[in-house]
Each structure stands twice: as C-alpha cells, then as structure tokens.
Write a protein that binds this ligand. Structure first.
Ligand SMILES: O=C(O)c1ccccc1NCC(=O)[C@H](O)[C@H](O)COP(=O)(O)O
Length: 259
C-alpha cells in the first residue's frame, strides 16, 4: 500500500476511536464556542500579488524522518508570525509528523495569524475538531477523497466558516478541485508515491488556475532561489515546512523567501 493509503487507513481508525470518546454532538458544541475565525483566504495573495508564506510547524515527516522532535510549536509559530508569515500551518498528525491538536491549540493561543489544520481529512468530524481547536482552515487532499467526498467536506467547511486548502498533485486533481468549487488550491510538489519533490509540478499547474482562485505552491521550497523560480511561474503563496524548521533563523528565512 502507498504511504498515503497507509495514512488514510490509520486515519479512519483514529477518527472512530476519537468519536467514541467524544461524540459529534459534544464536539459540535465545543466548535460552537470556538474563538472568532481569522481570515485565512484573505491573508493569501491574489494572482500577481506579493509573495506570501504559509509557514509550517513540522517535527517529522514520512520522507525526512525526524526534523526536530523537540520543536516548541508555539515558540516556532511566534518566530513565523513576527517575521510576517501570512498564515501558519500546523501538522496535527501524530504518528507520521509528531503533531497533535494540542499543538494547534497552543499555536492558536500564541499568535494572531490565521491557522491551517494540516492533516489527512477523511471525515467531517476532523473539521469540527479543527474548528474547536482554533483552526481557520483545513487541508483537503483530492487524492485522498472521492469527488463526492470532497464536495461534502467543502460544504462542511463552508458551514463551519473554515477555509479549505484543496491539495492537488496533477492536472486531473486540479480539474476535480475546480469542479468541486475550491477557492484555494495548493499544488503539492511532493509525489506521495515516490516522496520525491519537483518544483516543476507547481510551475506546470499553477498557471492553469482561473483568476478567482488563489494558488499555493507546497513542499520542497528551501531557498530564496526556489521562491524566485516559482515566482517566475506565477506562484505567489508558498507553503514551507522542513526548511523553516531546520533554519538557524526561521524568521530571516521567511523574510528572504518573500524576496
Ligand atoms: O512531508 C512529507 O514527507 C509528507 C509525506 C506524505 C504526505 C504528506 C507529506 N507532507 C505534508 C506536506 O504537505 C508538507 O509538510 C508541506 O507541503 C511542507 O513541505 P516541506 O516544505 O517540503 O516540508
């Protein structure tokens, strides 16, 4: 089974366990009491706008293994926010990425910046969790969902006020995302079958997005040269994880990536 297939199978089990411990109605009551939403979509650059960074809190990954197992999520988020990151992505998957919903809650309390819950959403329950923990947006991965499933989750995001970053890996995914009404599309440069990254994926797909849709280049962006290369292909929003966590001065790298 592919890495993504294994993660998705685990997610189904994990969600069932959490639902037993906290049923939907109780979680929904918590989500209703969640603090005010911050504008994730508005924080991103429109086509042709200035470069904006979605900076990620990432302790580990299937491709890299441990990046920084002891990373202090709120302290890292503060570094990003102070450097002017437009939004912060918090990985909440435990086994693969060393993250948790507690990280999301801690980051929410530490910064005013809009937050993305970065996880593998297979069930609307995870959207309620995201809202209750203080996220302003959730990641939806086309390759992880049926087209109907994607539409249902997009609708649920709308009901909860969450923005949806819809992740695509190729032109077919992008068609599905657009047909489903995605307003923010992330092009992931990481091939989830081989785990290799290729910035040419963003260069190829971002220019195909229509004007009203905000595009994001995701993964494998390490240096200001990478940012400049993507910029030439029209990428204005860059989601960056590992390079920022490994950077001696993450704030300086956020600023340099903005050019
Ligand atoms: O990062 C991985 O190894 C990975 C493996 C399988 C599924 C998803 C994975 N990453 C999630 C992400 O989308 C990245 O964390 C994000 O785009 C930042 O990427 P990077 O800047 O290369 O850390």
């Amino acid at each position: 089974m592919s890495v993504l297939g294994q993660i998705l199978a685990r997610k189904v089990t994990e969600v069932a366990e959490r639902r037993r411990a906290l049923p939907d109605a109780e979680l929904a009551a918590r989500a209703k009491d969640a603090p005010a939403l911050r504008g994730f979509e508005a924080a991103l650059s429109p086509p042709g706008g200035p470069t904006r960074i979605i900076a990620e809190v990432k302790r580990a990954s299937p491709s890299a293994g441990a990046i920084d197992a002891t990373l202090d999520a709120p302290a890292q988020a503060r570094r990003y926010a102070e450097a002017g990151a437009a939004a912060i992505s918090v990985l909440t998957d435990g086994p693969g990425f060393g993250g948790s919903l507690d990280d999301l809650r801690a980051v929410r309390a530490a910064v005013e910046t809009p937050l993305l819950r970065k996880d593998f959403v297979v069930d609307a329950y995870q959207l309620l969790e995201a809202r209750a923990a203080g996220a302003d947006a959730a990641l939806l991965i086309v390759a992880a969902l049926s087209e109907d499933g994607l539409r249902r989750l997009l609708d649920r995001c709308g009901e909860l006020g969450l923005a949806a970053l819809v992740e695509v890996h190729d032109e077919l995914d992008a068609d599905v995302a657009l047909r489903s009404g995605a307003r923010i599309i992330g092009v992931n440069n990481r091939n989830l079958k081989t785990m290799t990254v290729n910035l040419a994926t963003s260069e190829r797909i971002l220019p195909l997005l229509p004007e009203g849709v905000k595009g994001v280049a995701e993964s494998g962006i390490r240096t200001p040269d990478d940012a400049r290369r993507l910029r030439r292909a029209g990428a204005v929003n860059l989601l960056v994880g590992e390079a920022l966590v490994r950077a001696a001065d993450p704030g300086a790298l956020v600023r340099e990536l903005c050019g």
